[in-house]
Design a protein around this ligand. Structure first.
Ligand code: FE2
Length: 208
């Protein structure tokens, strides 16, 4: 169950309009390494985690990613609030306007709509958690790129907060899994599929 709080995790207060910057930041709303991808990835993977600690980790971080989706939507919404067709066109974003107006639509920076192909849910805890570690670094790298492109201090303050949260998530996934992955690979010998499944299960019993 989710309980909605009528405030964002960090205040978003953007003074200047900029449809061009909004189009760039939109990638963290509906792009490959964005917050929608992250939340759906973790909140889907949690159902097949073999232990309660893994389930709780994915539920906790997946829920926070939904809060980050709200923050990104708020930034994009405020950057384009009340902006019309001419403004979008002036900022080189008229092609977005013709399909979506100044709505917040889940797409990447090039306008490609969101797809679930951006994420995987594999029922294999090792495979899922290693994907999650990579996903956090890709999200962090995307925020780095946004900071290189943006010179709006109101936007950058919030983006820096989100970037730091990706690092925290990476560390939390890492704390839970890296040691166990080392055990997994050290003991990796010729094995059958059944033995591998048993090993994965035993690895996660260690952290339960
Ligand atoms: Fe994250």
């Amino acid at each position: 169950m989710f309980i909605f709080e009528k405030r964002t995790q960090i205040p978003v207060c953007i003074k200047n309009k900029n449809p061009h910057l909004a189009g760039i930041i939109l990638s963290q709303y509906g792009g490959p390494d964005g917050e929608l991808s992250a939340s759906l990835r973790y909140l889907s993977q949690r159902f097949t985690m073999p232990d309660n600690k893994g389930k709780a980790l994915l539920t906790d971080i997946g829920t926070e990613e939904l809060a980050h989706l709200e923050i990104i939507g708020s930034i994009v919404g405020q950057l384009t609030d009340c902006e019309g067709a001419k403004s979008f066109d002036k900022y080189g974003n008229g092609d977005y306007y013709v399909d979506h107006g100044n709505a917040v639509y889940p797409a990447n920076a090039a306008g490609v709509p969101f797809t679930a192909a951006y994420l995987q849910s594999k029922a294999d805890p090792i495979a899922d958690l290693v994907e999650d570690l990579a996903a956090e670094q890709k999200a962090r790298a995307t925020y780095d790129n946004i900071l290189r492109l943006s010179d709006d201090p109101d936007v950058n303050e919030v983006i820096k907060f989100l970037r730091e949260r990706e690092i925290v998530h990476f560390q939390r996934f890492g704390d839970t899994t890296i040691t166990k992955l080392n055990i997994f690979y050290k003991t990796l010998t010729p094995y059958t599929y059944k033995k591998r499944r048993e090993f994965n299960h035993s690895v996660f019993l260690l952290i339960a």
